[in-house]
Design a protein around this ligand. Structure first.
Ligand SMILES: [Zn+2]
Length: 295
């Protein structure tokens, strides 16, 4: 240990010792001191090694626990297995938030980006030198997971319910609410509007007006089929508000009819769902529909 010796020469140990004893004894004392000093960093070194070893062991253990579940599988497969274990459905318009753990959405974005990059490569697009498509895979992955299909991955927005203090049971219409969705068949945009009619029960809980938009957005931010989307929304509202009746009308442009296929720019799809009183009472239905026409 030449470095320790050099530093020891500068320490007063040898000097003090040489004053009291002979030169050779002083050297022995100095040597012992060197040994003792040398042990200190050695102990620290042992500690560091032990610490690192413990850390590595903990990391390995955590990894092993994770691997028990994923064993190096893509995150999507891990999530899919959790869903299948619960025998739940995971169609394009289903919400699977309960099967996704905190921090996993970022991992899903990375996986989608990787696979989207493969799609671009299969489309024979030179993403290396074409500056426009350089980060397209990443952008598309983020757009799918965090924006346009986000309604699949995040939990239902919380709905503040108000007691129906005035015991309202008059027809209430919310809309038009702007719809942005995508068709499950082609992942082409669906842009439209929706109107919701509610006939509350005197006992019904009421939800704030903005909540109708939030809930609608949550349902629509998934690859959808218009007919199923309106039914899903009606089911949800019935469950939340327990009204006497719910009516929904959706009117939308389907880009898979305009951008591709028949390329009919004027084709629109209008759907309606009538539940409870709206189904039984033609006058109420007429009232709801006539109010929409005025908008
Ligand atoms: Zn389509």
């Amino acid at each position: 240990m030449p470095s320790t010796k050099v530093s020891l020469k500068k320490t007063p140990i040898k000097k003090v010792a040489s004053k009291a004893v002979s030169k050779s004894t002083a050297t022995t004392i100095a040597k012992t001191a060197t040994k003792v000093l040398a042990k200190v960093p050695a102990k620290t070194a042992t500690k560091t090694v032990t610490k690192t070893a413990t850390k590595t062991a903990t990391k390995t253990a955590t990894k092993a626990t994770n691997q028990k579940e994923d064993s190096g599988l893509p995150l999507s497969v891990v999530i899919r297995r959790r869903i299948e274990a619960q025998k739940a459905r995971f169609h394009a318009n289903d919400n699977i938030a309960q099967f996704i753990r905190p921090g996993e959405l970022e991992g899903l974005v990375s996986e989608v980006a990787e696979k989207m990059q493969a799609v671009l490569e299969s489309l024979v697009i030179d993403t290396k030198s074409d500056h426009n498509t350089k980060n397209t895979s990443q952008r598309v992955a983020k757009m799918f997971v965090q924006e346009v299909f986000n309604g699949r991955y995040v939990v239902q927005p919380t709905l503040t319910k108000f007691p129906n203090v005035s015991r309202l049971n008059e027809l209430m219409i919310v809309g038009p609410i702007t719809i942005r969705s995508a068709c499950s068949h082609h992942l082409c945009p669906i842009m439209g509007r929706i109107w919701i009619g509610v006939l509350p029960n005197k006992e019904s809980a009421l939800i704030g007006l903005s909540k109708y938009s939030r809930l609608t957005e949550w349902v629509m931010c998934r690859p959808q089929i218009q007919e199923e989307a309106v039914v899903e929304l009606a089911d949800m509202l019935e469950k939340k508000i327990k009204p006497i009746g719910v009516a929904i009308v959706m009117d939308a442009d389907h880009f898979c009819m305009q951008w591709r296929g028949v390329k009919d720019r004027d084709s629109k799809m209008v759907n309606s769902v009538m539940r409870g009183a709206f189904l039984k009472d033609p006058n109420l239905r007429r009232e709801f529909l006539s109010l929409l026409e005025k908008r």
